[in-house]
Write a protein that binds this ligand. Structure first.
Ligand code: PMP
Length: 433
Protein backbone atom coordinates (compact mmCIF):
# COMPACT_ATOMS: atom_id res chain seq x y z
CA UNK A 1 0.00 0.00 0.00
CA UNK A 2 1.36 3.39 -0.99
CA UNK A 3 -0.41 5.54 1.59
CA UNK A 4 1.20 8.75 0.44
CA UNK A 5 -0.14 8.36 -3.10
CA UNK A 6 -3.48 6.84 -2.07
CA UNK A 7 -4.28 9.57 0.45
CA UNK A 8 -2.50 12.50 -1.26
CA UNK A 9 -5.71 14.52 -1.76
CA UNK A 10 -7.01 13.87 1.73
CA UNK A 11 -3.65 14.70 3.30
CA UNK A 12 -3.39 17.92 1.26
CA UNK A 13 -6.90 19.05 2.28
CA UNK A 14 -6.17 18.20 5.88
CA UNK A 15 -2.93 20.14 5.77
CA UNK A 16 -4.71 23.11 4.22
CA UNK A 17 -7.65 23.37 6.57
CA UNK A 18 -6.87 21.53 9.79
CA UNK A 19 -4.39 22.83 12.35
CA UNK A 20 -1.02 21.34 11.50
CA UNK A 21 -0.14 20.50 15.08
CA UNK A 22 -2.73 17.71 15.07
CA UNK A 23 -0.55 14.63 14.71
CA UNK A 24 -1.17 11.53 12.63
CA UNK A 25 -0.16 8.13 14.00
CA UNK A 26 2.26 5.82 12.19
CA UNK A 27 4.72 6.45 9.36
CA UNK A 28 2.10 5.28 6.88
CA UNK A 29 -1.16 6.92 7.98
CA UNK A 30 -4.22 4.78 8.53
CA UNK A 31 -7.68 5.55 7.24
CA UNK A 32 -9.97 3.64 9.55
CA UNK A 33 -13.55 3.45 8.28
CA UNK A 34 -15.27 1.04 10.67
CA UNK A 35 -14.92 -0.35 14.17
CA UNK A 36 -16.41 -3.32 15.99
CA UNK A 37 -15.41 -4.06 19.61
CA UNK A 38 -11.60 -4.52 19.68
CA UNK A 39 -11.31 -4.48 15.88
CA UNK A 40 -10.73 -1.60 13.47
CA UNK A 41 -11.05 -1.85 9.68
CA UNK A 42 -9.39 0.41 7.14
CA UNK A 43 -10.49 1.45 3.66
CA UNK A 44 -8.26 -1.24 2.11
CA UNK A 45 -10.17 -3.98 3.89
CA UNK A 46 -7.42 -4.62 6.41
CA UNK A 47 -8.32 -5.62 9.99
CA UNK A 48 -6.43 -4.27 12.99
CA UNK A 49 -6.61 -5.29 16.62
CA UNK A 50 -6.87 -2.18 18.74
CA UNK A 51 -4.48 -2.44 21.71
CA UNK A 52 -4.49 1.17 22.77
CA UNK A 53 -7.86 2.98 22.46
CA UNK A 54 -9.06 3.06 26.03
CA UNK A 55 -11.89 5.54 25.34
CA UNK A 56 -13.63 2.74 23.41
CA UNK A 57 -13.91 1.05 26.76
CA UNK A 58 -16.50 -1.67 26.17
CA UNK A 59 -15.55 -1.90 22.49
CA UNK A 60 -15.96 0.20 19.37
CA UNK A 61 -19.63 0.64 18.42
CA UNK A 62 -20.81 -1.72 21.15
CA UNK A 63 -24.42 -2.49 20.10
CA UNK A 64 -25.93 -1.89 23.57
CA UNK A 65 -24.35 1.56 23.75
CA UNK A 66 -25.16 2.43 20.14
CA UNK A 67 -28.84 1.47 20.59
CA UNK A 68 -29.15 3.52 23.79
CA UNK A 69 -27.65 6.56 22.06
CA UNK A 70 -29.79 6.14 18.94
CA UNK A 71 -32.96 5.80 20.98
CA UNK A 72 -32.25 8.88 23.09
CA UNK A 73 -31.06 11.12 20.27
CA UNK A 74 -34.22 10.28 18.32
CA UNK A 75 -36.31 11.22 21.39
CA UNK A 76 -34.81 14.30 23.01
CA UNK A 77 -31.56 16.14 23.55
CA UNK A 78 -31.69 19.21 25.77
CA UNK A 79 -29.82 20.37 28.86
CA UNK A 80 -29.84 20.20 32.64
CA UNK A 81 -32.26 23.13 33.03
CA UNK A 82 -35.11 20.66 32.46
CA UNK A 83 -35.81 17.70 34.68
CA UNK A 84 -34.76 14.38 33.18
CA UNK A 85 -34.62 10.91 34.72
CA UNK A 86 -31.38 9.97 32.94
CA UNK A 87 -29.45 12.71 34.73
CA UNK A 88 -30.23 11.45 38.23
CA UNK A 89 -30.24 7.78 37.19
CA UNK A 90 -26.72 8.13 35.84
CA UNK A 91 -25.53 10.11 38.86
CA UNK A 92 -26.95 7.39 41.14
CA UNK A 93 -25.29 4.62 39.10
CA UNK A 94 -21.98 6.41 39.10
CA UNK A 95 -21.88 7.13 42.82
CA UNK A 96 -22.80 3.52 43.55
CA UNK A 97 -19.31 2.63 42.24
CA UNK A 98 -17.62 5.13 44.60
CA UNK A 99 -17.03 5.42 48.36
CA UNK A 100 -20.08 6.99 50.11
CA UNK A 101 -18.37 10.34 50.76
CA UNK A 102 -18.19 11.00 47.01
CA UNK A 103 -21.82 11.87 46.37
CA UNK A 104 -22.18 14.98 44.18
CA UNK A 105 -21.71 14.86 40.38
CA UNK A 106 -20.98 17.53 37.80
CA UNK A 107 -20.98 16.47 34.15
CA UNK A 108 -18.70 17.89 31.47
CA UNK A 109 -17.63 16.97 27.94
CA UNK A 110 -13.94 16.22 28.27
CA UNK A 111 -11.34 15.24 30.82
CA UNK A 112 -9.66 18.62 30.40
CA UNK A 113 -12.83 20.47 31.25
CA UNK A 114 -13.41 18.19 34.25
CA UNK A 115 -9.87 18.77 35.61
CA UNK A 116 -10.31 22.49 35.07
CA UNK A 117 -13.53 22.40 37.10
CA UNK A 118 -11.96 20.27 39.85
CA UNK A 119 -9.18 22.83 40.31
CA UNK A 120 -11.71 25.66 40.40
CA UNK A 121 -13.66 23.81 43.11
CA UNK A 122 -10.52 23.22 45.15
CA UNK A 123 -9.71 26.94 45.02
CA UNK A 124 -13.20 27.87 46.21
CA UNK A 125 -13.06 25.36 49.03
CA UNK A 126 -9.56 26.15 50.29
CA UNK A 127 -9.32 29.82 49.28
CA UNK A 128 -5.81 28.92 48.10
CA UNK A 129 -4.29 28.96 44.60
CA UNK A 130 -1.31 26.61 44.64
CA UNK A 131 -1.50 23.15 43.12
CA UNK A 132 0.90 20.21 43.37
CA UNK A 133 1.21 17.95 40.34
CA UNK A 134 3.53 15.12 39.37
CA UNK A 135 6.44 15.75 37.05
CA UNK A 136 5.74 14.63 33.44
CA UNK A 137 1.98 14.50 34.11
CA UNK A 138 -0.69 15.39 31.57
CA UNK A 139 -4.11 16.57 32.72
CA UNK A 140 -5.56 18.10 29.57
CA UNK A 141 -5.63 20.78 26.97
CA UNK A 142 -7.65 23.66 28.48
CA UNK A 143 -5.60 26.60 29.75
CA UNK A 144 -5.92 25.52 33.39
CA UNK A 145 -5.32 21.83 32.61
CA UNK A 146 -2.20 22.79 30.63
CA UNK A 147 -0.96 24.62 33.70
CA UNK A 148 -1.22 21.30 35.58
CA UNK A 149 0.73 19.45 32.90
CA UNK A 150 4.54 19.49 32.96
CA UNK A 151 4.35 17.27 29.86
CA UNK A 152 3.05 20.37 28.06
CA UNK A 153 4.35 23.44 29.90
CA UNK A 154 7.90 22.08 30.11
CA UNK A 155 7.88 20.90 26.49
CA UNK A 156 8.21 22.49 23.06
CA UNK A 157 5.88 25.45 22.70
CA UNK A 158 5.10 25.49 26.44
CA UNK A 159 5.02 28.64 28.54
CA UNK A 160 7.11 27.10 31.34
CA UNK A 161 6.10 26.28 34.87
CA UNK A 162 3.35 28.59 36.19
CA UNK A 163 3.97 30.26 39.57
CA UNK A 164 1.05 28.42 41.21
CA UNK A 165 2.08 24.94 39.98
CA UNK A 166 4.59 22.79 41.86
CA UNK A 167 6.10 19.57 40.52
CA UNK A 168 6.54 16.54 42.76
CA UNK A 169 8.80 13.62 41.82
CA UNK A 170 7.32 11.09 39.40
CA UNK A 171 7.27 7.94 41.60
CA UNK A 172 8.96 5.80 38.95
CA UNK A 173 10.45 2.71 40.58
CA UNK A 174 12.28 1.61 37.43
CA UNK A 175 14.48 4.63 36.77
CA UNK A 176 13.54 7.16 39.47
CA UNK A 177 15.25 8.15 42.72
CA UNK A 178 13.76 5.18 44.68
CA UNK A 179 13.51 1.85 42.87
CA UNK A 180 11.86 -1.58 43.08
CA UNK A 181 14.42 -2.80 45.62
CA UNK A 182 13.38 -0.05 48.05
CA UNK A 183 10.47 -1.23 50.22
CA UNK A 184 10.01 2.37 51.42
CA UNK A 185 9.84 3.87 47.90
CA UNK A 186 6.17 4.90 48.33
CA UNK A 187 6.67 6.95 51.52
CA UNK A 188 9.98 8.30 50.18
CA UNK A 189 8.36 9.66 47.03
CA UNK A 190 5.48 11.02 49.13
CA UNK A 191 8.01 12.89 51.29
CA UNK A 192 8.71 15.05 48.24
CA UNK A 193 5.06 16.21 48.33
CA UNK A 194 5.53 17.09 52.01
CA UNK A 195 8.71 19.04 51.14
CA UNK A 196 6.81 21.13 48.58
CA UNK A 197 4.10 21.85 51.15
CA UNK A 198 6.67 22.84 53.76
CA UNK A 199 8.30 25.26 51.31
CA UNK A 200 4.92 26.79 50.46
CA UNK A 201 4.10 27.22 54.14
CA UNK A 202 7.48 28.77 54.84
CA UNK A 203 6.50 31.41 52.25
CA UNK A 204 3.16 32.02 53.91
CA UNK A 205 1.20 30.03 51.34
CA UNK A 206 -1.16 27.07 51.50
CA UNK A 207 -2.17 24.37 49.06
CA UNK A 208 -5.43 24.24 47.11
CA UNK A 209 -4.98 20.77 45.66
CA UNK A 210 -2.75 17.87 44.91
CA UNK A 211 -3.72 16.23 41.63
CA UNK A 212 -2.37 12.89 40.52
CA UNK A 213 -3.36 10.04 38.25
CA UNK A 214 -3.79 6.84 40.23
CA UNK A 215 -1.57 4.99 37.76
CA UNK A 216 0.55 7.29 35.60
CA UNK A 217 -0.29 7.38 31.90
CA UNK A 218 1.76 9.95 30.00
CA UNK A 219 4.30 9.68 32.84
CA UNK A 220 5.12 6.20 31.49
CA UNK A 221 2.42 3.62 32.37
CA UNK A 222 3.54 3.51 35.99
CA UNK A 223 1.64 1.90 38.90
CA UNK A 224 2.12 3.89 42.11
CA UNK A 225 4.39 2.33 44.76
CA UNK A 226 2.60 0.88 47.82
CA UNK A 227 1.79 3.48 50.45
CA UNK A 228 2.44 6.42 48.12
CA UNK A 229 -0.99 8.03 47.96
CA UNK A 230 -1.76 7.32 51.62
CA UNK A 231 1.22 9.38 52.69
CA UNK A 232 0.85 12.06 50.02
CA UNK A 233 -2.88 12.53 50.76
CA UNK A 234 -2.20 12.75 54.51
CA UNK A 235 0.38 15.48 53.96
CA UNK A 236 -1.91 17.47 51.66
CA UNK A 237 -4.88 17.18 54.01
CA UNK A 238 -2.83 18.19 57.04
CA UNK A 239 -2.07 21.40 55.12
CA UNK A 240 -5.77 21.96 54.36
CA UNK A 241 -5.55 20.99 50.67
CA UNK A 242 -7.80 18.74 48.63
CA UNK A 243 -6.76 15.49 46.97
CA UNK A 244 -7.87 15.06 43.36
CA UNK A 245 -7.65 11.69 41.64
CA UNK A 246 -7.44 11.92 37.85
CA UNK A 247 -9.04 8.63 36.75
CA UNK A 248 -9.48 9.75 33.13
CA UNK A 249 -7.26 6.98 31.75
CA UNK A 250 -7.32 4.27 34.36
CA UNK A 251 -10.77 4.27 35.97
CA UNK A 252 -13.91 2.26 35.25
CA UNK A 253 -12.69 -1.26 35.92
CA UNK A 254 -9.60 -1.14 33.72
CA UNK A 255 -7.20 -2.03 36.53
CA UNK A 256 -9.13 -5.25 37.19
CA UNK A 257 -8.60 -5.62 40.93
CA UNK A 258 -10.73 -2.55 41.52
CA UNK A 259 -13.18 -0.31 39.72
CA UNK A 260 -11.07 2.79 40.47
CA UNK A 261 -7.31 3.19 40.46
CA UNK A 262 -7.31 4.99 43.83
CA UNK A 263 -8.73 1.85 45.50
CA UNK A 264 -5.43 0.06 44.76
CA UNK A 265 -3.76 2.58 47.08
CA UNK A 266 -6.39 2.31 49.84
CA UNK A 267 -7.32 6.00 49.75
CA UNK A 268 -10.46 8.04 49.15
CA UNK A 269 -9.94 11.27 47.19
CA UNK A 270 -11.90 14.48 47.83
CA UNK A 271 -12.55 14.86 44.11
CA UNK A 272 -12.52 12.21 41.38
CA UNK A 273 -12.17 13.24 37.76
CA UNK A 274 -13.29 10.79 35.11
CA UNK A 275 -13.53 10.94 31.33
CA UNK A 276 -12.43 8.97 28.27
CA UNK A 277 -13.94 5.49 28.96
CA UNK A 278 -17.15 6.58 30.65
CA UNK A 279 -18.87 7.52 27.38
CA UNK A 280 -17.21 4.80 25.29
CA UNK A 281 -15.93 7.46 22.87
CA UNK A 282 -18.89 9.84 23.22
CA UNK A 283 -17.73 13.14 24.79
CA UNK A 284 -18.68 12.58 28.41
CA UNK A 285 -16.66 13.35 31.54
CA UNK A 286 -17.44 14.05 35.17
CA UNK A 287 -16.29 15.49 38.47
CA UNK A 288 -17.57 13.69 41.56
CA UNK A 289 -16.94 15.17 44.96
CA UNK A 290 -18.04 15.43 48.59
CA UNK A 291 -21.03 17.40 49.83
CA UNK A 292 -18.70 19.85 51.60
CA UNK A 293 -16.67 20.64 48.47
CA UNK A 294 -19.82 20.92 46.34
CA UNK A 295 -21.39 23.26 48.91
CA UNK A 296 -18.35 25.54 48.86
CA UNK A 297 -18.59 25.65 45.05
CA UNK A 298 -22.32 26.47 45.26
CA UNK A 299 -21.47 30.05 46.10
CA UNK A 300 -24.15 32.03 44.30
CA UNK A 301 -22.77 31.65 40.77
CA UNK A 302 -24.73 29.33 38.49
CA UNK A 303 -22.88 26.38 36.99
CA UNK A 304 -24.30 25.80 33.53
CA UNK A 305 -22.70 23.62 30.91
CA UNK A 306 -24.52 23.57 27.54
CA UNK A 307 -23.78 19.94 26.75
CA UNK A 308 -22.71 18.56 30.12
CA UNK A 309 -25.33 16.15 31.49
CA UNK A 310 -27.51 16.15 28.37
CA UNK A 311 -29.93 13.21 28.03
CA UNK A 312 -27.97 11.56 25.17
CA UNK A 313 -24.72 11.63 27.17
CA UNK A 314 -26.52 10.30 30.24
CA UNK A 315 -28.12 7.46 28.25
CA UNK A 316 -24.68 6.64 26.87
CA UNK A 317 -23.10 6.58 30.32
CA UNK A 318 -25.85 4.34 31.69
CA UNK A 319 -25.39 1.89 28.82
CA UNK A 320 -21.61 1.74 29.35
CA UNK A 321 -22.05 0.88 33.03
CA UNK A 322 -24.64 -1.74 32.10
CA UNK A 323 -22.26 -3.43 29.64
CA UNK A 324 -19.36 -3.43 32.13
CA UNK A 325 -21.65 -5.20 34.62
CA UNK A 326 -23.38 -7.60 32.23
CA UNK A 327 -20.17 -8.70 30.51
CA UNK A 328 -18.07 -8.89 33.69
CA UNK A 329 -15.45 -6.68 32.07
CA UNK A 330 -13.62 -5.67 35.25
CA UNK A 331 -12.91 -9.31 36.12
CA UNK A 332 -12.05 -9.98 32.48
CA UNK A 333 -9.50 -7.13 32.60
CA UNK A 334 -7.97 -8.63 35.74
CA UNK A 335 -7.60 -12.14 34.35
CA UNK A 336 -6.61 -11.27 30.80
CA UNK A 337 -4.38 -8.37 31.88
CA UNK A 338 -2.45 -10.66 34.24
CA UNK A 339 -2.14 -13.26 31.47
CA UNK A 340 -0.88 -10.53 29.12
CA UNK A 341 1.76 -9.33 31.59
CA UNK A 342 2.89 -12.92 32.25
CA UNK A 343 3.43 -13.30 28.51
CA UNK A 344 5.35 -10.03 28.32
CA UNK A 345 7.56 -11.14 31.22
CA UNK A 346 8.38 -14.34 29.29
CA UNK A 347 9.38 -12.16 26.34
CA UNK A 348 11.47 -10.04 28.71
CA UNK A 349 13.40 -13.17 29.73
CA UNK A 350 14.21 -13.75 26.05
CA UNK A 351 14.70 -10.20 24.71
CA UNK A 352 17.11 -7.87 26.54
CA UNK A 353 15.42 -4.82 25.03
CA UNK A 354 12.44 -5.29 27.36
CA UNK A 355 13.72 -3.70 30.55
CA UNK A 356 10.54 -3.57 32.59
CA UNK A 357 6.98 -4.90 32.38
CA UNK A 358 4.45 -3.22 34.66
CA UNK A 359 0.81 -2.37 35.02
CA UNK A 360 -2.44 -3.47 36.49
CA UNK A 361 -5.23 -5.25 34.61
CA UNK A 362 -5.54 -3.78 31.14
CA UNK A 363 -3.24 -0.83 31.84
CA UNK A 364 0.16 -2.16 30.84
CA UNK A 365 3.56 -0.73 29.96
CA UNK A 366 6.72 -2.37 28.65
CA UNK A 367 9.75 -0.10 28.96
CA UNK A 368 12.33 -0.67 26.22
CA UNK A 369 16.03 -0.08 26.87
CA UNK A 370 19.28 -0.55 24.93
CA UNK A 371 21.13 -1.49 28.07
CA UNK A 372 19.66 -2.92 31.26
CA UNK A 373 22.43 -1.34 33.35
CA UNK A 374 22.45 2.22 32.01
CA UNK A 375 18.71 2.08 31.11
CA UNK A 376 19.47 3.92 27.87
CA UNK A 377 16.07 4.28 26.18
CA UNK A 378 15.52 2.11 23.09
CA UNK A 379 14.69 4.96 20.76
CA UNK A 380 14.19 4.81 17.78
CA UNK A 381 13.87 1.02 18.12
CA UNK A 382 10.47 1.45 19.75
CA UNK A 383 9.10 3.26 16.68
CA UNK A 384 10.35 0.46 14.42
CA UNK A 385 8.58 -2.07 16.67
CA UNK A 386 5.29 -0.15 16.74
CA UNK A 387 5.35 0.25 12.95
CA UNK A 388 6.19 -3.43 12.39
CA UNK A 389 3.38 -4.48 14.74
CA UNK A 390 0.99 -2.27 12.81
CA UNK A 391 2.01 -4.03 9.59
CA UNK A 392 1.10 -7.28 11.36
CA UNK A 393 -2.29 -5.90 12.39
CA UNK A 394 -1.75 -4.65 15.96
CA UNK A 395 -2.21 -1.00 16.87
CA UNK A 396 0.14 -0.05 19.68
CA UNK A 397 1.48 3.26 20.89
CA UNK A 398 4.35 4.74 22.88
CA UNK A 399 4.51 6.88 25.99
CA UNK A 400 6.74 8.10 28.81
CA UNK A 401 9.02 11.13 29.17
CA UNK A 402 11.73 9.31 27.18
CA UNK A 403 9.31 7.97 24.55
CA UNK A 404 10.41 4.39 25.23
CA UNK A 405 7.40 2.75 26.88
CA UNK A 406 5.10 0.50 24.85
CA UNK A 407 1.62 1.51 25.88
CA UNK A 408 -1.08 -1.14 26.09
CA UNK A 409 -4.62 -0.20 27.13
CA UNK A 410 -7.04 -1.96 24.81
CA UNK A 411 -10.84 -1.91 24.78
CA UNK A 412 -11.88 -4.11 27.71
CA UNK A 413 -13.21 -6.85 25.41
CA UNK A 414 -9.68 -7.62 24.18
CA UNK A 415 -9.39 -11.38 24.72
CA UNK A 416 -6.94 -14.20 25.37
CA UNK A 417 -6.68 -15.11 21.68
CA UNK A 418 -5.84 -11.47 20.84
CA UNK A 419 -3.20 -11.58 23.59
CA UNK A 420 -1.64 -14.80 22.28
CA UNK A 421 -1.53 -13.41 18.76
CA UNK A 422 0.03 -10.13 19.87
CA UNK A 423 2.70 -11.86 21.96
CA UNK A 424 3.54 -14.22 19.09
CA UNK A 425 4.01 -11.35 16.65
CA UNK A 426 5.89 -9.17 19.14
CA UNK A 427 8.30 -12.06 19.72
CA UNK A 428 8.88 -12.30 15.95
CA UNK A 429 9.36 -8.54 15.57
CA UNK A 430 11.86 -8.46 18.45
CA UNK A 431 13.71 -11.44 16.88
CA UNK A 432 14.02 -9.49 13.63
CA UNK A 433 15.42 -6.28 15.18
N1 PMP B 1 -6.28 13.50 32.21
C1 PMP B 1 -5.57 12.48 31.74
C2 PMP B 1 -4.85 11.60 32.70
C3 PMP B 1 -5.52 12.22 30.37
O1 PMP B 1 -4.82 11.19 29.91
C4 PMP B 1 -6.22 13.08 29.48
C5 PMP B 1 -6.23 12.85 27.98
N2 PMP B 1 -5.19 12.15 27.45
C6 PMP B 1 -6.94 14.14 30.02
C7 PMP B 1 -6.96 14.32 31.38
C8 PMP B 1 -7.67 15.10 29.15
O2 PMP B 1 -8.82 14.52 28.66
P1 PMP B 1 -9.51 15.06 27.31
O3 PMP B 1 -8.59 14.79 26.19
O4 PMP B 1 -10.81 14.31 27.28
O5 PMP B 1 -9.76 16.52 27.50
Amino acid sequence: INAEADYAGLLADRKAHIGRNLSISYQEPLKIVRGALQYLYDDKGRTFIDCVNNPSHVGHCHPTVVRAMQQQIATLNTNTRYLHDHLVDYANSLISTLPPSLEVCYFTNSGSEANDLAIRMSRHYTQQQDVIVLDHAYHGTSTVAMQLSPYKFDGKGGFGQPAHTHKALNPDQYRGAYRYDDAQAGPRYAADVQDIISRLQANGKGVAAYICETLLGVGGQIPLPPGYLQEAYAAVRAAGGLCIADEVQVGFGRVGDAFWGFELQGVTPDIVVMGKPIGNGHPLAAVVTTRAVADAFNNGMEYFNTFGGNPVSMATGLAVLQVIREEGLQEHARVTGNYFMEGLRKLKAKHAIIGDVRGHGFFIGAELVRDRETLEPAVPEIDVIVEAMKQRGFLLSTDGPLHNVLKIKPPMVFNKANTDALLHHLDAVLDSL
